[in-house]
Design a protein around this ligand. Structure first.
Ligand code: KIV
Length: 273
C-alpha cells in the first residue's frame, strides 16, 4: 500500500495529479452533480470531482447516459463549481456533443469551460474521437479521456458488461491509451476492464489512470457518489463498495418525520414561534 503524499496546493490542478502519479500517491475522484454534495466531498478532501453524465441516471432517472443535454450538464457543473473550493472539477461532455465533428466538439467544450468555471472536460473513446480531442486540446482545455466500458456506446456494446477481455480489444485499448497520452490528455479513466490490463496500461502511461471496476493497479479510483453512499439499492455491481447506507437512513428519517407530523409530535412548542 502506498502511503506517499505530496504537498497538495490550495487548488488541485492537472499538474497536481501528474505529481501525485510521479510520487505514487493514489488519486481519489468521486462524482457530484449539485452544490451541497460538492461542498461536502470537497470538505472531506476529495482530489477530483467529476460532474459525470451519470447525472442522467442518478439525477434524472434515465436508463442510460444518452439523453442528458449540454445545457443540463452545464447547469450541474455550475452548481458543483460553486461548492468545490479545493478539488479540481472535470465535466463529462454529453453524448452527441463531440463525436464526429471537431468544430462542434470545441464549441461544446468552450461552453462548458466558459459557463461553468470547471477546469477540464472528459470524453469517451479513442481513435474514433482523435480529431475532437486534438481540437479541444488546441484551445488549451485539459482533457480527461475514458476507455473500456464507455457507457455512451451502450447500444453498440449491447450492455454494460466488462470490456477488453479478448486480446484484440485489449491491444486496441492499449494503443488508444498511448495515442490519447501522445495527443496531450492529462489523465485517463479506465472503466470495467480486467485488472491486469488496467495495471499494464497504468504502468505504460506517464499520465495518471483513474479506474472504476478496473482493480487496484490504476493510479486512482472513481465511484458514483450516490452508489457508494448506498442510495441506489437496485445497483450492486461487484466493483462497488458501499461506504454508507443512506437509503436506509433516509427511509428511517422520512418515516419518523411522517409519523411525527401525523401524531402532532412535530412541531413541538420549542420548535414554534
Ligand atoms: O459519468 C460518470 O459518472 C463516469 C464515471 C463512472 C467514470 O463517467
Amino acid at each position: 500500500m502506498s502511503t506517499n503524499t505530496i504537498d497538495i496546493p490550495k487548488k488541485v490542478t492537472t499538474s497536481t495529479v501528474a505529481k501525485m502519479k510521479q510520487a505514487g500517491e493514489k488519486i481519489a475522484m468521486i462524482t457530484a452533480y449539485d452544490y451541497t454534495m460538492a461542498s461536502l466531498v470537497d470538505a472531506a478532501g476529495i482530489d477530483l470531482i467529476l460532474v459525470g453524465d451519470s447525472a442522467a441516471n442518478v439525477m434524472a432517472g434515465y436508463g442510460s447516459t444518452l439523453p442528458i443535454t449540454l445545457d443540463q450538464m452545464i447547469y450541474h457543473a455550475q452548481c458543483v463549481t460553486r461548492g468545490a473550493q479545493r478539488a479540481m472539477v472535470i465535466v463529462d461532455m454529453p453524448f452527441g456533443t463531440y463525436q464526429g465533428n471537431p468544430d462542434e466538439a470545441l464549441r461544446s467544450a468552450v461552453r462548458i469551460m466558459k459557463e461553468s468555471g470547471a477546469s477540464a472536460v472528459k470524453l469517451e473513446g479513442g481513435r474514433e474521437v482523435k480529431e475532437s480531442v486534438e481540437r479541444i486540446l488546441s484551445a488549451g482545455i485539459p482533457v480527461m479521456a475514458h476507455l473500456g466500458l464507455t457507457p455512451q456506446s451502450v447500444n453498440k456494446f449491447g450492455g454494460y458488461g466488462i470490456r477488453a477481455k479478448g486480446d484484440a480489444e485489449a491491444q486496441k485499448l492499449m494503443e488508444d491509451a498511448l495515442m490519447l497520452q501522445e495527443l496531450g490528455c492529462f489523465s485517463l479513466v479506465l472503466e470495467k476492464i480486467p485488472a491486469p490490463l488496467a495495471a499494464r496500461v497504468s504502468q505504460e502511461l506517464a499520465i495518471p489512470t483513474i479506474g472504476i471496476g478496473a482493480g487496484s493497479g490504476t493510479d486512482g479510483q472513481v465511484l458514483v457518489l450516490q452508489d457508494m453512499l448506498g442510495m441506489n439499492s437496485g445497483f450492486r455491481p461487484k466493483f462497488l463498495r458501499l461506504y454508507a447506507n443512506l437509503a436506509e437512513t433516509i427511509d428511517n428519517a422520512v418515516k419518523n418525520y411522517i409519523s411525527d407530523v401525523k401524531t402532532l409530535a412535530f412541531p413541538s412548542a420549542d420548535e414554534s414561534y
